[in-house]
Design a protein around this ligand. Structure first.
Ligand SMILES: NC(=O)c1ccc[n+]([C@@H]2O[C@H](COP(=O)([O-])OP(=O)(O)OC[C@H]3O[C@@H](n4cnc5c(N)ncnc54)[C@H](OP(=O)(O)O)[C@@H]3O)[C@@H](O)[C@H]2O)c1
Length: 284
């Protein structure tokens, strides 16, 4: 089988070298899926998987493919390597339909990134500043989108998650990366507030950890990790950026470069771990 030769841009190379000293694992080919990729961090993952790598297929999923202008732009440039599918994490039939499409088209998936998430939504989810503002509907909504959603995506993609893949990859295990948040850490919670979002990410962490234990017992190795991207300049963080130091507000490009570095250098022993953008482990 021909091995893909990757021309790595200097910035990408230096980030890989400087940040992590784990066993290198390169995403030269294979099939990667980015769930929640209409905008923000998810869209940037799709862009970097297409534009920083020479090979590999990318499946980008979002709720409204026709309205996802960033993905449509990328599709124009990378028609052969990019598939855009409709997936809403609150509608399991769309998750199943995406799994069926991927099975039909590629037969396997080597990397799954769950990037969807919601912190605030007018009249539905307010980031609470006090217990007095906590509503059952907000708690449930955040749980449905941020915790249950990504887990159902893994459930349906699981039969497809395999080493290698039709386009060839050097990895000897599949990777699942769930975008969590440091505020989901109970040990790190010194500020309080954001009850619904915080608790939904804590639930995502526990569910991911539980899945990682099950994956570790299976014959086909799958490494399942949780990632905190830092505070990143996206729609999600916009309303809360006022008190963030400029040096602590990351661009999407920077954060995703770091996160892809963690994914690429992941080891079997990283299964079930929760990493910040800089590769440091975050306490539960
Ligand atoms: N930005 C930060 O500072 C920060 C910090 C810590 C953690 N995170 C986490 O990083 C991830 C990405 O955040 P972001 O900053 O990129 O947010 P964003 O710009 O607001 O994007 C959120 C994405 O989630 C999608 N989404 C929302 N509800 C969905 C659903 N029901 N089904 C499928 N997709 C859905 C959105 O799609 P639509 O366009 O259809 O709404 C959008 O693509 C999230 O999990 C977030 O919690 C972000």
């Amino acid at each position: 089988m021909m091995r893909a030769v990757l021309t790595v841009p200097p910035l990408w190379r230096s980030i890989q070298r400087a940040s992590f000293c784990r066993t290198a694992m390169r995403l030269e080919g294979g099939v990667s899926m980015v769930q929640g990729s209409s905008r923000g961090i998810g869209l940037e993952f799709v862009r970097q998987l297409l534009e920083e790598k020479e090979k590999g297929q990318v499946v980008a999923t979002c709720r409204d493919p026709n309205g996802a202008t960033g993905l449509l732009e990328l599709k124009k440039k990378h028609n052969e390597r990019l598939d855009v599918l409709r997936l809403d994490v609150t509608d399991e039939s769309t998750i199943q339909a995406s799994a069926n499409s991927i099975a039909e088209r590629y037969g396997s998936l080597n990397l799954l990134i769950n990037a969807s998430g919601v912190l605030s939504l007018p009249d539905i989810l307010q980031p609470e500043t006090t217990l007095r503002k906590v509503e059952k509907s907000s708690l449930m909504f955040a749980y449905e989108v941020n915790a249950a959603g990504p887990i159902l995506v893994i459930k349906h993609m699981w039969p497809l998650l395999k080493v290698g893949g039709s386009t060839g990859s050097e990895r000897n295990f599949a990777v699942v990366a769930n975008l969590s948040a440091r505020v989901g850490s109970i040990g790190d919670n010194g500020l309080g507030g954001w009850h619904s979002y915080r608790a939904s990410k804590t639930a995502l962490n526990q569910l991911t950890k539980t899945i990682s234990v099950e994956f570790a017992r299976r014959k086909d190795p799958i490494v399942c990790i949780l990632l905190h991207p830092g505070t990143v300049d996206t729609d999600l963080s916009k309303p809360f950026q006022r008190n963030v130091l400029e040096s602590k507000l990351f661009t999407r490009e920077f954060s995703v470069q770091k996160l892809l570095g963690i994914i690429e250098s992941a080891k079997i022993s990283d299964n079930g771990k929760f990493f910040a953008w800089d590769g440091q482990q975050i306490p539960w």
